[in-house]
Design a protein around this ligand. Structure first.
Ligand SMILES: [Mg+2]
Length: 253
């Protein structure tokens, strides 16, 4: 099977998509999740720690506009990494023992996850359902490899109904997050497709490195209005192909 990604065509036996920023509007999701976590952190540790915490994970609010370092921990780190960072900030600011700080950090992320309303948080990007359906109709296994945990990932994917992905590998399913190969090795295991026969589509450098770590093709989806020119140039240099929209992915034969 050959699939076109923008101007490039590759042989392809399965496609693994990143979730946030690739199938779903990550900026919207990040804003919703950041507010929930900041609220939980303020409740559990007090308002004063919140600005310091935001700085540590690479986010800031300019009025009601969320500004995110697209190469920072919040944008590309796993939930586990963010939890450790949060515990570290608490520890540095004198909130007590490491054990206590870790418990508070886990409480922040747990509470925020409990309050997440998927239908508010996840907006499918233009062409998400149609692209998945077209690839599946051609007989290709199609799924998601994400740095998010399984529970919110399943909630998000439920919103693509009636389309259902063939596989989901989440951060808490494997030992090591992107860009280590673990997510793709698991995807290969569950689909029975060799990892190098996959195409990986994602919006961050971590996704491209994940693809390369197993010898798969790396396709960048680039949201030019959200990214700095340097970030776009970095993605373009690292990717085997670049698309501006999921609608530029089509089965050739
Ligand atoms: Mg992403």
């Amino acid at each position: 099977m050959r699939v076109a990604f923008g101007g490039a065509e590759f042989p392809c036996r399965a496609v693994a998509f990143d979730k946030d920023g690739t199938l779903f509007d990550s900026h919207h999701y990040w804003g919703v999740v950041e507010r929930l976590r900041a609220r939980a952190l303020a409740d559990l540790a007090g308002e004063a720690i919140v600005p310091r915490w935001r700085k540590s994970i690479g986010v800031g609010w300019h009025g009601d506009r969320l500004v995110i370092d697209v190469a920072g921990p919040y944008a590309v780190g796993s939930v586990l990494e963010e939890t450790i960072l949060t515990a570290t900030v608490l520890y540095q600011e004198g909130y007590g023992s490491w054990e206590h700080c870790r418990e508070v950090a886990q409480g922040v992320f747990g509470r925020a996850a409990d309050h997440l309303r998927p239908e508010e948080a996840f907006l499918p990007l233009d062409g998400a359902r149609e692209t998945l359906r077209a690839l599946q109709a051609a007989g290709l296994p199609v799924g998601v490899v994400t740095s998010d945990n399984r529970r919110p990932a399943e909630q998000a994917l439920g919103l693509l109904a009636p389309v259902q992905v063939d596989f989901l590998v989440a951060a808490d399913d494997v030992q090591r997050a992107k860009p280590f190969p673990d997510l793709m090795l698991r995807a290969a295991e569950v689909t029975g497709v060799a990892p190098e026969a996959f195409v990986v589509v994602g919006d961050s450098m971590m996704d491209l490195l994940l693809a390369k770590s197993v010898g798969a093709k790396a396709v960048a989806i680039v949201h030019r209005h959200l990214y700095s020119p340097e970030h776009v140039a970095g993605l373009e240099a690292a990717a085997d192909a670049v698309v501006d929209s999921l609608r530029q992915i089509r089965v050739v034969d």
